[in-house]
Design a protein around this ligand. Structure first.
Ligand SMILES: Cc1ncc(COP(=O)(O)O)c(C=O)c1O
Length: 392
């Protein structure tokens, strides 16, 4: 019997290497192997209790029916208020829609704005879903490389050189996954200037790690720095990382009203609304005061430092200091095996789970997470040191 052919869309998707690695790690755990997993892309602490309470009260309070596709009105208003006060943006609730995580915000945006062949400039290293979502919308990802030596700084001349008449978007992600890099005000202003010069280009500003910052570091939102470009800057954010609410699946998209309307229409014909009672939990999350984030950032700072110092001391590894999010993106020795081979070998031989840099657009690096206890980080560093001694 002949097999049913997959659509061109489905064929354009690359199978997830990350899932393959975590499946292998699970298999090794089930065989009784001692595995140290530093691949986490999510906080290792629980969501705030007040959020959990508000969510369960919402279930008993009747928030269990279909809701508006664009999101709970109170939540949209509260997010608009946050953006007015904290980000100094001039907008209303109609500029905001609630999505199933930040992921769906990006997906929706590309679906409603990209036409076949439209180009999206993606500074590398990048979050692995961007190119896939661009392709799913018929667009073409164009990568702009940076290097660990330059601290993964976006080279504005390189970015400029990749602009064509088909360029529709530039993606900005700060703090960055996978490098942990926080973009400076000056760097963002340079990007803004480029967008000012090119009237057809829009910005996707992914700010999901906005709240996870090293002490004395500040997050700058491009829309705040370049208010004249507000109509062309789409902010994507969500509750997953800052509040440890990954499984809640609440994110949001901010943009001009007519585009938010189109994106809501897409949502109404695909996934409908984000879970009604969970959105009430997100509303409560917005009331949490800064002490909560200070405490969490204090813990991340200690872990990030521990990880950075440990990596710095491993001969052959080059590491640019991360200042935000909970990742580091070290580079393997020159003439190394590929990142995929390295991560596969280190998992099989040393039981350490890392993510190959290839999925983030740099095959000489790997991603290591500090969203784990200090003991686990020390354990992981020891395994890494042993592997490097053995492999090189
Ligand atoms: C840079 C970046 N953007 C967006 C997302 C998606 O976040 P969410 O879980 O809210 O869909 C992630 C998740 O890992 C991320 O790292």
């Amino acid at each position: 019997m002949s097999e049913i052919n997959l659509s061109k869309r489905a064929l354009s998707l690359e199978p997830s290497l990350t899932l393959q690695i975590s499946a292998k790690a699970k298999e090794l755990v089930s065989e009784g192997r001692d595995i140290c997993n530093l691949s986490a892309g999510e906080p290792d602490f629980d969501a705030p209790k007040t959020v959990i309470d508000a969510t369960s009260q919402a279930i008993f309070g009747g928030y269990t029916k279909y809701g508006p596709a664009s999101g709970d009105l109170d939540l949209r208003k509260a997010i608009a208020k946050k953006l007015q006060i904290q980000n100094n943006l001039n907008l209303e609730f109609e500029n905001v829609m609630i999505t199933n995580g930040a992921k769906q915000a990006i997906y929706n945006l590309f679906q409603v704005l990209l036409n076949d062949g439209d180009e999206v400039l993606i500074p590398a290293p990048y979050w692995l879903s961007y190119p896939q979502m661009v392709r799913l919308a018929g667009g073409k990802p164009i990568f702009v490389n940076s290097s660990a030596e330059d601290g993964f700084k976006i080279n504005i001349q390189d970015l400029k050189a990749k602009i064509s008449s088909r360029t529709k978007f530039i993606i900005i992600n700060t703090p960055n996954n996978p490098t942990g890099r926080v973009m400076s005000k000056e760097e963002l202003l340079q990007v803004a200037e480029l967008v000012r010069e090119n009237k057809n280009i829009n910005i996707l500003s992914d700010e999901i790690y906005e709240l996870i910052l090293k002490k004395d570091f500040q997050h700058f939102s491009l829309a705040t720095l370049a208010s004249d470009l507000q109509e062309r800057i789409f902010i994507v954010n969500g509750f997953a990382k800052g509040w440890a609410m990954t499984g809640w699946r609440v994110g949001y998209l901010v943009g001009p009203k007519h585009i938010i309307k189109a994106s809501s229409a897409l949502q109404s014909q695909s996934t409908s609304n984000v879970c009604s009672f969970v959105q009430r939990g997100a509303l409560e999350a917005l009331k949490i005061n800064h002490e909560f984030f200070e405490e969490i950032n204090h813990q991340y700072d200690q872990r990030r430092d521990l990880l950075y110092e440990g990596l710095k001391n491993i001969k052959g590894i080059f590491i640019h200091k991360p200042n935000g999010a909970f990742y580091a993106f070290p580079r393997l020795p020159d003439s190394s095996i590929t990142s995929v081979e390295f991560c596969t070998r280190i998992l099989n031989k040393y039981g350490l789970v890392l993510i190959p840099g290839k999925v983030f657009g740099d095959d000489q690096c790997f991603r290591i997470s500090c969203a784990n206890s200090k003991e686990k980080i020390i354990d992981g560093l020891t395994r890494l040191q042993n592997a490097i001694n053995n492999f090189y």
